[in-house]
Design a protein around this ligand. Sequence first.
Ligand SMILES: [Zn+2]
Length: 164
Amino acid sequence: MRTKFDKYVKKLGPSYIIRHNNIRKFVLAGKSHFTVVNTKTKNHFRFFIIRPKDLGPWFVWAANNKNKYCFLGTIFPRANVTEYKYGIRNSKFLKDSLINKSFDYLWKKILFNSLPNSIVFYRDVRCGRCGQRLTNPKSIKAGFGPYCLNILRKEWKDKKERYA
Ligand SMILES: [Zn+2]
């Protein structure tokens, strides 16, 4: 039997899957929209992560059950890592909600590059850095427009990181 979930995943398509070793870079690129699917539990969540200022924190927004983005929490830059904190004062979700607990779990797994294969990240057809819709097939494949990809490549090169 085909479920609504299967149709949803089919619509996203395999070409939008982010490789596990690229997830942290994509998510922190500046204006990233993505969906996380747990293929075991069939849970799926949509996130939007924005960094308004260079070197500042990232704000994590998540889609609620009406598919509207609401503030969830903040990712703070630290010396060599980053730290996710639930937005105690202004989050629209409860601290004990599945979405907050899931993001907290995901972030730890992303940091230590230890995501299980059952968790799949799909990116939107938008540039992960500026959020603009992508139309060029090459850009769709990369997940970034050419202008943004150039800037990001320099940043990753400085940090000795690769995005392939
Ligand atoms: Zn862009």
